[in-house]
Design a protein around this ligand. Structure first.
Ligand code: ZN
Length: 334
């Protein structure tokens, strides 16, 4: 434990009591429309005796919906008699962002997933990060943080874990990825891992899984169905829920280097030449950007920097310099 001051966030639920408990994480937030107000983050704790603890989260980014939908459903349906151990469910980690349907918080504009380890005396988002860092993560054995592409990215449905120094921890994370049973299972490389919830959990030795199950700022019946099934499967694989895991076919994917990521250097209308799931060779045209200012002007050609399968793409119809355009990763042969 650090010498930081205690978190200002308090929980209305008892993490040590058996049974199913619904309540809030209460974060004091004095503001114009509520002088003595709080941010109240919904939380459910289901506990039955001793056993491992799973921390299941969504809404780390507020415009990604598979996690929150599946987790509100799980919080409503999971019964203590179905488990041994404890399940902590937070469907909307960055709750103000979930309420405003934005990736970052409308209060301080911070991206929760770039704010770890957070600060107990920081902004609202930094206080949330600090509470997860120092209170919730230490309770957990397994963490599943549900993401999707949000309003600006669409993904093939995958679950991912990272390469970490501790190979026992890494093997357990990839076992959970396989149990999750998404159509694709990814050995994930980050553009920038500083401040991630993922990194915070992994540095504490936790088994961390991050599904990316759709995108475009909405959710589908299929993507929510995969999330619900995947979360139950992880609880079973972790020895918390009883039952059997129905085997799912998954294709393993590697992200060997930063050439997986392609970015725009120009603004305009984006015309994709390939779609999610397509195979491309290095140097293939993957998209063309039409400048909006004139007709009769040639488009800017964007080429693949590596061979592989298209796992993710920019979602809105317009693109600008610096935007992510495409994620191209490698199939791992069985
Ligand atoms: Zn996200």
């Amino acid at each position: 434990m650090s010498d930081l001051r205690p978190s200002p966030i308090s929980s209305t639920v008892d993490f040590e009591a058996d049974g199913c408990h619904h309540g809030f994480l209460r974060l004091p937030y004095s503001r114009d429309d509520s002088a003595w107000g709080f941010v109240t983050i919904p939380i459910t704790v289901v506990r039955n005796g001793s056993g491992p603890t799973a921390l299941l989260t969504g809404g780390n980014h507020g415009d990604e919906y598979e996690g929150p939908i599946a987790l509100f459903d799980l919080a409503y349906t999971l019964r203590p008699e179905e488990i041994s151990g404890r399940v902590i469910i937070v469907p909307g980690m960055n709750y103000p962002a979930l309420q405003s349907a934005t990736r970052t918080s409308p209060i301080d504009r911070l991206n929760l997933n770039r704010s770890f380890p957070g600060r107990p005396d920081g902004t609202v988002t930094e206080k949330i990060a600090d509470y997860f860092q120092r209170v919730l993560l230490p309770m957990a054995d397994v963490v599943v943080d549900c993401h999707a592409g949000g309003k600006t990215i669409d993904f093939l449905p995958f679950a991912a874990a990272h390469i970490v120094p501790n190979k026992v921890q890494q093997a357990e994370a990839f076992r959970m990825v396989e149990a999750f049973g998404a159509p694709y299972s990814v050995k994930m490389l980050e553009i920038d891992s500083v401040g991630l919830f993922d990194t915070a959990a992994e540095e504490l030795g936790k088994v961390f899984v991050s599904p990316e199950l759709g995108g475009g700022g909405t959710a589908t019946a299929a993507s929510v169905g995969r999330t619900k099934r995947g979360l139950r499967n992880v609880l079973t694989a972790a020895g918390i829920a009883r039952g059997i895991i129905e085997p799912q076919v998954t294709q393993w994917i590697d992200m060997p280097d930063q050439d997986c990521f392609t970015f725009a250097e120009d603004s305009g209308l984006i015309e994709f030449s390939v779609d999610l799931g397509d195979s491309v060779a290095k140097g293939d045209t993957v998209a063309r950007i039409w400048p909006l200012g004139h007709t009769g002007v040639s488009p800017i050609v964007i080429r693949s920097r590596r061979e592989g399968i298209v796992m993710g793409r920019h979602f809105p119809g317009l693109v600008k310099s610096g935007d992510f355009v495409m994620l191209i990763a490698s199939l791992i042969e069985p």
